[in-house]
Design a protein around this ligand. Structure first.
Ligand SMILES: [Zn+2]
Ligand SMILES: [Zn+2]
Length: 560
């Protein structure tokens, strides 16, 4: 998908007193969130995250937003504001900084703390401005006001972007937990005040828009966590996202109550929890957390906290499940997956659960106990939010099509008319002026794949090849022909991968290839390219008819 709305032209030059908005990622998908705001030639970016690949993108490490729209405009960027420290919002920052290394980064304390090591790892440094809720920050022609929102990572901010063309309110990722661990509820009073002042366009998190009711409070999972730990005769292993500080806080509290020590396993978990503790986001009772290398002295009275809740092959939990980690689990141990199940990861997660169960461990997950709640507002909360803000226009963000559609319906239920609710895909430009928000065109905007060291070099067609190789295998055919007579002097030599080992498998088709080639030569075909196509066609239809397979076929006709 290179041009999401081929019917839409490239947008006209931005008119005066008009604000233009274009998402380079995050619309129609959950991940790689990135939105560009333009006013009077200057750009403000909100978020710059990554998307994790699905099963249909074999071998891909990460997917980035498409920066090509910014390529010639790097110097127009005033700053990038990061709503919170999740990978789908901050993960692509180092890749953007490769294009221009001194873009100013604005974010809350914890968000910047999670970004900093990513830059340090790559020997990058960019100017950073730490902000907090209530603060007003002038960024070129944009005036930003930050608003506390509650989410599954502390220190998340919504942002109001004020320009003479209008006011935008962007929720970031949020929910309305009434009793969060840090007491920081989503600041609806400020939402209401901004609404009264006039919100021309409201960008709203759509993730849970199709979930009815209200999202359960984080604190409500404590009883299930406590029970899982209390009932375990031996060791407890708990996985969660390494950024979910409040989830880990609850694990610490439950472990303390059960008189168990806690150890963190895995580099990102150790690093993030140290950061969170140092900055005061995580309260660790003295003596509770011990070093992983000392755990043997505590026997079974231990809770291990590790990463890998999504079945990521290299993370601690998958390696434990493979028997490929120092930590071995067995009868009497409990493994708790205190995490969501991100669509697309089901297979790997259930594989991990099955393997752990096979070793004898008891596995507790969101399917059999309430050990996870979502970080995103459900329909009831969103509806409430629309009633509080009373925006003039709404743009659902952060969701697949079904989520954005559900969110748009909620906005209309709250009283907005259909033409005040814009559903857009990545690359579609929306212009805001005089209280209106209208689609003004579209810019080319595709997927940018990271594969090892390569960024943006893997194309859709290379992925298609990988899928064929993975699903159907491959066949190579080498034939040597005499350039004068066209007679076969050697071959056909056929090699295949992903087929039965039976060496006689291709005997039948060799005669067909010979016949097809001599017929082609007699018919005036010449040149190795044309003859290669004859070979491809012959073996292709044979393998299709006889074996119902569509492998990748690489014919090679050599003339001597
Ligand atoms: Zn988030
Ligand atoms: Zn997100």
């Amino acid at each position: 998908m290179n041009h999401p709305h081929p019917g839409l032209p490239y947008p006209a030059k931005l008119a005066k007193k008009t604000l233009r908005i274009v998402a380079l990622g995050g619309l129609g998908e959950i991940g790689r969130n990135m939105t560009v705001f333009e006013y009077e030639g200057r750009l403000l970016i909100v978020d710059c995250g990554v998307l994790f690949p699905g099963d249909d993108q074999p071998g891909i490490d990460l997917i980035l937003p498409d920066f090509s729209y910014l390529k010639d405009r790097m110097n127009d960027i005033e700053a990038i504001f990061l709503t919170h420290g999740h990978e789908d919002h901050i993960g692509a920052v180092p890749y953007l900084l490769r294009e221009r290394s001194d873009i100013r980064i604005i974010g809350s304390q914890l968000t910047l703390a999670f970004v900093a090591p990513k830059l340090k790892e790559r020997r990058m440094s960019a100017p950073m401005t730490q902000v907090k809720a209530g603060q007003i920050e002038k960024v070129g022609p944009f005036t930003l006001e930050f608003v506390t929102v509650n989410h599954s990572i502390p220190d998340s901010l919504a942002v109001a972007i004020k320009t003479p063309a209008g006011v935008i309110l962007h929720t970031g990722d949020f929910k309305m937990d009434k009793m969060p661990l840090d007491g920081k509820v989503t600041d609806l009073e400020t939402f209401a005040r901004l609404g009264k002042e006039g919100v021309d366009l409201f960008l709203v998190d759509s993730t849970n828009a199709d979930v009815p009711g209200l999202t359960v409070a984080e604190k409500d999972i404590y009883p299930a966590l406590k029970e899982a730990i209390a009932k375990t005769p031996r060791r407890v292993v708990i996985t969660s996202f390494a950024s979910h500080v409040h989830r880990i806080q609850q694990v610490l509290n439950a472990a303390q109550e059960a008189n168990r020590k806690v150890a963190y396993v895995g580099r990102s978990m150790i690093r993030n929890m140290k950061l969170a503790e140092d900055l005061g986001y995580l309260k660790v009772p003295t003596g509770l957390v011990v070093d992983y290398k000392d755990i043997d002295s505590f026997g079974d009275k231990i809770v291990l906290i590790c990463t890998g809740s999504q079945g990521e092959p290299l993370a601690a939990l998958s390696r434990i499940a493979n028997g490929d980690h120092e930590i071995m689990v067995g009868k009497g141990d409990t493994v708790v997956l205190a995490s969501s199940l991100i669509p697309g990861n089901e297979k790997s997660v259930y594989r991990v659960i099955n393997e752990l169960t096979r070793f004898g461990a008891h596995v507790v997950h969101k399917g059999n106990a309430m050990v996870h709640v979502s970080g995103h507002a459900s329909a009831g909360e969103l509806l409430h939010c629309y009633e509080v803000v009373k925006p003039k226009n709404v743009l659902p963000v952060h969701g697949e099509w079904r989520h954005m559609r559900a969110n748009a319906d909620l906005a209309m239920q709250s009283g907005l008319s259909e033409h005040n609710v814009v559903i857009a895909e990545n690359g579609i430009t929306i212009d805001v002026a005089d209280g209106h928000a209208d689609i003004s065109g579209s810019i080319p905007c595709g997927y940018v794949y990271v594969d090892g060291q390569s960024v943006g070099e893997i194309t859709e067609s290379s992925l298609k090849d990988r899928r064929i190789l993975g699903d159907e295998g491959f066949i190579s055919v080498v034939v040597v022909i005499d350039s004068q007579s066209g007679k076969i002097v050697a071959g056909p030599d056929i090699h295949a991968r992903g087929f039965t080992e039976d060496k006689t498998l291709f005997d039948d088709v060799k005669g067909d290839i010979e016949k097809a080639l001599s017929k082609a030569v007699a018919g005036g075909f010449n040149g190795t390219h044309q003859l290669s196509q004859v070979v491809r066609k012959t073996i292709g239809s044979w393998v299709g008819e006889e074996h119902r397979r569509k492998p990748m076929i690489i014919p090679l006709v050599v003339e001597v």
